[in-house]
Unconditional design. Structure first.
Length: 489
């Protein structure tokens, strides 16, 4: 039985201010695998005070010192990869194949790319008669989700360290144990006390206290749009910066000149990755109206081949949803699709055949979906694909953009130049052309209600910096014989 009964504050494992317990459930068995203690405002105050005190010295560290620290974190993280993968699989249901190939390695990738960004980043430049300086913003509050847990932790912690910021992390209470392992990694790597702090808790008690705290200068949040609105409202009371990566309802345009069978099969399968619990999942597949039946057959064949089952078994490709709450939500939305008249191609309500327990759902396809239907408007966060017909290219773009979200979009076409031209018309922060995957080198974030700000690599680092203009700056004169030059901030 796993226990998370202490918080990591100021370089020490400390007893929380409350004794409230939250059980952690293995979604494939519906059994308790451990518990964590839930914190409150007093724990937030203690963690923020430690981070504020540490900021005075850590913000003044050199680039080389922070590079050395990131290298140590990377080295320790590598030694814990197997443990992280197993833990993520147990607490949120990712198949071990995915946990080993993507969940755990993604965390390592963000740390490595934060280091690479720091190596080449310029913190000052001369403009006219001024020097413009980039400085760490201060104490940062980090709130992360359960669906790609350690990925989102490192996507924030890596660049925050690179920038010279200190931080307080609140991971998801649904999948918290990977974060506790990460805190041990930070401790073993020798992160200075107070630079990284971890407290557990829920949104109303800990999240609100962080978002409204006067000594937190920035909130970096990944989660639902509903929760993101709450964070923004609370943060507004102290005018702090808010960087958010929120929900999505990504359109996937299959153009009429694409390698149709390849594109439809690939993307139907890919949509089910992580049991469809990805904010950028291509859940709205737009196909030429005349080829709807053809697309339905291809997608069905692809998704019927997916192996659903115990995440610990090597052959499993699709695990359970994360919780009973999520299971009930997805079931209700599948029923909503049926009730509103979408054509059910495969799947439907209930568990897959032969599975009697666990939060497993049937991979589901709806055809002839109207973009006004609930299943085309709301983020389902499950392996549910909506096939939407379009008349022509302009119609496809209009349908794709007809959403409150704008995180990702996908375009497949035989003419690459044409596919890129269509992609340029889409209102989304990330556009994938012909099956291109995520790129940690490039910025990640969305338009509209999918959030604001950007993560990953140099763009993630920039989010944790303030800009200062030194007006009328004149470099100190040094005798040429002594080597000359000016002070480099």
């Amino acid at each position: 039985m796993l226990k998370g009964d202490k918080f990591y504050i100021n370089g020490q494992w400390v007893v929380p201010s409350t004794t409230d317990i939250c059980e952690v459930i293995n979604p494939s068995t519906e059994k308790t695998i451990g518990h964590i203690v839930m914190g409150g405002p007093a724990d937030v105050d203690a963690a923020v005070a430690a981070a504020k005190n540490a900021f005075e010295s850590f913000s003044k560290t050199s680039v080389q010192e922070r590079l050395d620290l990131l290298n140590r974190i990377i080295d320790v993280y590598k030694s814990r990869m197997d443990l992280i993968a197993r833990t993520v699989s147990q607490e949120m249901g990712a198949p071990m194949g995915l946990a080993n190939a993507a969940q755990a390695p993604a965390g390592l990738g963000h740390l490595i790319f934060a280091k690479k960004a720091l190596e080449k980043f310029s913190f000052s430049e001369d403009v006219g008669t001024s020097r413009v300086v980039r400085e760490p913003i201060g104490v940062c509050g980090l709130i992360t989700p359960w669906n790609w847990p350690v990925n989102q932790i490192t996507a924030k912690v890596g660049p925050a360290i690179a920038a010279g910021c200190t931080m307080v992390l609140k991971p998801s209470e649904i999948a918290p144990f990977n974060a506790l392992i990460f805190a041990k990694i930070m401790d073993e790597a020798g992160v200075p006390p107070g630079v990284f702090n971890l407290i557990n808790g829920d949104g109303p008690s800990v999240g609100v206290a962080m978002s409204s705290h006067p000594d937190i200068e920035m909130m970096s949040f990944t989660g639902s749009t509903r929760a993101g609105i709450s964070v923004a409202k609370e943060a507004a009371t102290t005018i702090k910066r808010v960087c958010q990566e929120l929900g999505g309802k990504s359109a996937n345009i299959i153009l009429d000149d694409s390698e149709f069978e390849k594109a439809v099969a690939r993307d139907a399968f890919g949509m089910c990755l992580n049991t469809g619990q990805s904010c950028n999942a291509p859940t709205r597949m737009l196909v030429p109206a005349a080829r709807m039946e053809e697309a339905s057959k291809i997608a069905k064949k692809s998704m019927e081949a997916i192996v659903v089952g115990n995440p610990s078994e090597e052959a499993t490709q699709l695990g359970p949803l994360v919780s009973e709450l999520q299971f009930n939500k997805v079931q209700a939305l599948i029923q909503k699709g049926i009730d509103e008249g979408a054509k059910l191609v495969m799947g439907g309500v209930g568990r897959p055949d032969g599975i009697d327990s666990g939060y497993f759902v049937r991979p589901t396809i709806f055809a002839d979906v109207d973009n006004d239907m609930t299943i085309a408007r709301e983020e389902i966060f499950g392996p549910v694909l909506s096939l939407i017909p379009y008349a022509d290219e302009d119609d496809a773009v209009a349908i794709a953009n007809d959403t409150i979200y704008g995180l990702s979009a996908y375009v497949s076409g035989g003419n690459h130049e044409r596919a890129c031209a269509v992609g340029a018309r889409l209102r989304a922060g990330n556009v994938h052309i012909n099956g291109a995957g995520l790129d940690i080198n490039a910025p990640f974030g969305g338009y509209k209600q999918s959030g604001n700000g950007r993560e990953f690599s140099t763009w993630g680092l920039e989010e944790f910096l303030e800009t200062k203009s030194m007006l009328g700056y004149e470099p100190p004169k040094v005798d040429a014989e002594e080597g000359g030059g000016f002070i480099d901030f």
